[in-house]
Design a protein around this ligand. Structure first.
Ligand code: SAM
Length: 294
């Protein structure tokens, strides 16, 4: 599936060319505020995306954009820039082996760890983008319940967080273009999505019995998430690829602070925790568990 490029028409924005010093300023700002490591290969991409933003907001150039950020105590101008810079590529059932394992092994194990049996599972999708990851977790959990792999009285609660407000608005709507689910099994489409009508004819929306399991909120992974207690499972997939070692360390510390002794952390297939210090052991490649006795 193609990545949604924010601002792909470059010719229209050529007057917003970013100078080396402006790019350096932008890099420092984005690194400090979001931990995102904008390498020099991203200069053109940043110019294109911010060019589009500046045109939309009638901002004359990078000088004005930066002074708006400095003068705006609400933080909204900065959020707008982070929204434009962050890469939100995601899709339903991405790296789907994680979801099979979650329902067939990890959740049953978590439920049976205590006596009487645990009755609820709490999942954090950290860097959830437009919501496909938390919704896939919910859909596959409900399917596993139907197939009696998970007891019917197990309650599921999912929190999806992201730094980008704009993308979270999409997630909250639960509304997706029809083509985003075209490869899904017919039964999944029928049971979990409803087709839009009228001007939403080319869209689908998650059904209420899926939406009711999830809450979306803005959260910056450079900070700990303190108000939700510990999670049984944390997905933080394809987020740390944008961070350098120092930021990754901070993010992993924050994620592990939200884990209890039996929790799992799941990262993307192309990611690793190499050279990061943590209290985890590898359960399976890309799946980590708290080292017992720590
Ligand atoms: C490529 S998407 C990954 C979505 C999903 N986890 C997946 O694997 O398909 C990366 C997401 O991380 C978010 N992100 C980047 N920096 C972040 C930060 N400091 N705190 C929280 N989210 C961040 C971006 O806004 C983006 O939506």
């Amino acid at each position: 599936m193609a990545e949604t490029v924010k601002g792909s028409s470059t010719a229209a924005f050529s007057h917003h060319e970013i100078s080396d010093s402006e790019f350096q300023h932008l890099r420092e700002l984005i690194y400090r505020e979001a931990g995102i490591n904008l390498t020099s290969q991203k200069k053109f991409l940043a110019q294109t995306r911010l060019g589009k933003l500046m045109r939309r907001k009638q901002i004359s150039g990078f000088d004005e954009l930066f002074s708006r950020i400095r003068e705006d105590s609400s933080g909204l101008a900065l959020e707008m820039v982070i929204d434009a810079i962050s890469t939100n590529h995601t899709f339903f059932f991405r790296e789907d082996a994680h979801f099979s394992l979650m329902n067939e092994e990890l959740i049953p194990e978590l439920l049976n760890q205590s006596k009487p049996r645990k009755k609820s599972i709490k999942i954090w999708s950290a860097g959830c983008s437009s919501g496909e990851e938390p919704f896939t977790a919910i859909i596959t959990f409900l399917e596993a319940q139907k197939q009696k792999k998970i007891p019917p009285d197990t309650h599921l609660e999912v929190i999806g967080t992201d730094i980008s407000n704009e993308i979270l608005e999409k997630a909250k709507s639960g509304l997706y273009p029809l083509e985003t689910i075209e490869n899904l099994d017919y039964k999944l489409k029928k049971n979990y999505f409803q087709r839009g009508k009228g001007r939403f004819e080319k869209f689908v929306r998650l059904k209420p019995h899926v939406l009711e399991h999830v809450t979306f909120k803005r959260h910056n992974l450079l900070f700990p998430l303190t108000e939700h207690g510990a999670f049984d499972l944390i997905f933080c997939r394809n987020v740390m690829i944008y961070f350098d070692q120092q930021t990754k360390q901070k993010v992993v510390d924050n994620l592990t602070n939200s884990m209890h002794k039996d929790s799992y952390l799941i990262i993307g297939h192309s990611e690793s925790l190499n050279n990061i210090s943590h209290k985890l052991i590898t359960h399976r490649p890309t799946i980590f568990k708290v080292k017992q006795g720590v």
